[in-house]
Design a protein around this ligand. Structure first.
Ligand code: SAM
Length: 222
């Protein structure tokens, strides 16, 4: 295990080499990525790789996303600080922690209870009071706390469900990987009244969104 000083220095290198040099510019996103201790969100076995340029295993066959993808998806939400955000796919809780620094309130749903519990423990230990972690199928969103200025889906949807778009506030944005096991495109949907604009951004590779409106257990393809 490295010392806290070494983790801090690895985090600063990550921000410069993986984020700034690839075009992340929002100072609030850069600040959040510079301060949230990513190494505390990953299992002991991979802790020393926490600031490497890639995803890492977190148990239950799931992953914490690559730092650049976390920063990019966050930047695409264009957060100002007043927002209520829904994240679907808590995983380690790291993305929720970044969102918690930049928005007013974050709700995050995870289908694997052990991951949800572990994420809630870490966030609690770090002192977050504006992030609520829930266990369940998030493929239909979370009607109770919407509408949301931002929705972040951190697992691959076969297609973005209409019911999620309907939970966006006017002017709100939804970011999601859309596609199958051979690859997905990162999409940003923006709501203007009853209209939705979809921008297709870059190819990405996420684990599947499983659930009622996600991929079924016996499928995961195109
Ligand atoms: N955002 C996470 C982080 O910061 O560590 C990484 C998310 S990981 C790439 C995708 C997560 O989505 C997995 O933990 C998986 O269990 C979860 N997931 C898949 N389908 C889901 C669903 N229908 N509802 C909630 N979570 C789901």
């Amino acid at each position: 295990m490295m010392s806290e000083d070494l983790y801090t220095s690895a985090r600063h290198s990550m921000v410069v080499e993986q984020l700034v040099e690839r075009g992340i510019t929002d100072p609030r996103v850069i600040h959040a990525m510079s301060t949230v201790p990513r190494h505390q969100f990953v299992p002991d076995e991979v802790r020393d790789q926490a600031y490497d340029d890639g995803p890492l295993p977190i148990g239950e066959n799931q992953t914490i996303s690559q730092p650049y993808i976390v920063a990019l998806m966050t930047e695409l939400l264009n957060l100002q600080g007043h927002e209520t955000i829904l994240e679907i796919g808590t995983g380690s809780g790291y993305q929720a922690a970044i969102l918690g620094k930049l928005a007013r309130q974050v709700y995050s749903i995870e289908r694997h209870e052990p991951l949800a519990q572990q994420a809630a423990r870490v966030l609690d230990a770090l002192g977050y009071t504006n992030i609520v972690i829930m266990t369940g199928d998030g493929s239909r969103g979370l009607l109770a706390h919407g509408p949301y200025e931002g929705i972040l889906v951190t697992a691959a949807t076969p297609r973005v469900p209409q019911i999620l778009l309907a939970q966006l506030a006017d002017g709100g944005r939804l970011i999601a990987p859309s596609g199958g096991e051979k690859g997905q495109q990162l999409e940003r949907w923006t709501r203007r009244g009853a209209r939705f604009k979809c921008e297709t951004l870059i190819p990405v590779a996420f684990v599947p969104l499983r659930g009622k409106l996600g991929w079924q257990d016996n499928e995961w393809r195109p």
